[in-house]
Design a protein around this ligand. Structure first.
Ligand code: PZK
Length: 285
């Protein structure tokens, strides 16, 4: 490939196609406890790319997005190059993860004061926007709404918050009717050359969102992850200290995990994964 490499995520790469377009390539790598494992999950990158495409096609009436074309390999997308906003845009419909930690410590998350007595993994009365910083290393940190507004400007902040909540409401309602809870999700936005707000990165994938099986939802503790639970359970049996390097995965864990990704894809899109492999454009219609 002749394209210039621009950036690496844990499991994705970005290349420059020209001044206006980027190529986003999703690999089959998987991370757990923030460590990329040496074993890949076949087709994971295709599942995530297909899901993003599905959601981008269905949310254009809420906000324009960066997707220009989905390539025949099912894992590469051509995207409009944007000026990215310096915040991660997180929406939470359930209280878990760093939101749960912040709530326990202070009774609030990013300045949203929540009622007393919430249990871990409880549904919130309404989704909340909890922006975070883009940490260069380590974990993103939830920041106050004022701090986020300072970083992007008040008018931009208000628009991003409104759009992010609308996107979450749209997708989480769809997912719940298909037996999957989207507990929370992270968006990245950018501005195009005319200053228009555009949704970028990936949308409602299991790497950018917490997917929980709805029929197993039980507040009071952390929930099993729809996609990564086999991997986490296996890693817990090893007594691994969760630092680099991670363990190789046995075949049954790989096969079971691949099946969970494919199941999430098929439940959410209503499209058979085989059809997607034959014709990736199927998710856009
Ligand atoms: C962009 N990232 C983060 C994501 C990585 C890194 N449309 C865009 N325009 C300009 N920049 C970006 C995007 C997008 N999306 C996003 N870094 C730059 C990122 C995935 C893999 F290596």
């Amino acid at each position: 490939m002749s394209e210039t490499h621009v950036a690496s995520g844990k499991v994705r790469e970005i290349y420059a196609l020209d001044d206006e377009r980027l190529l986003l390539v999703a690999s089959d790598r998987i991370s757990t406890f923030d460590v990329v494992l040496p074993t890949e999950i076949p087709d994971k990158g295709r599942v995530l790319t297909g899901l993003s495409g599905f959601w981008f096609a269905r949310t254009m009436q809420i906000v324009p997005n960066h997707l220009l074309a989905l390539r025949e390999d099912g894992r590469s997308t051509e995207c409009k190059r944007l000026e990215m906003l310096p915040i991660e845009c997180v929406v939470r419909g359930y209280i878990t993860g760093s939101g749960w930690k912040d709530y326990l410590a202070s009774g609030a998350v990013s300045g949203h004061r929540l009622r007393e007595g919430l249990r871990e993994s409880d549904r919130l009365p309404e989704p909340i926007f909890t922006p975070s910083t883009k940490a260069q290393t380590g974990h993103d940190e939830n920041i106050a709404r004022d701090a986020a507004a300072e970083l992007v400007g008040r008018t931009c902040f208000a628009e991003v918050e409104r759009v992010a909540i609308a996107l979450y409401e749209f997708a989480s309602e769809h997912a719940e009717t298909r037996g999957i809870i989207l507990a929370d999700t992270k968006f990245e936005f950018g501005l195009d050359k005319d200053g228009v707000l555009v949704l970028a990165d990936e949308a409602f994938t299991p790497d950018s969102s917490r997917f929980w099986p709805a029929d197993e939802h039980e507040p009071g503790h952390g929930q099993p992850s729809f996609d990564k639970q086999f991997v986490r359970d296996y890693c817990e049996t090893l007594g691994w200290d969760k630092t680099y390097p991670g363990p190789e995965l046995p075949d049954d864990v790989v096969v079971g995990t691949r099946a969970r990704y494919v199941e999430a894809f098929e439940r959410l899109t209503g499209i058979s994964f085989e059809d997607y492999i034959d014709n990736p454009g199927a998710v856009l219609r």
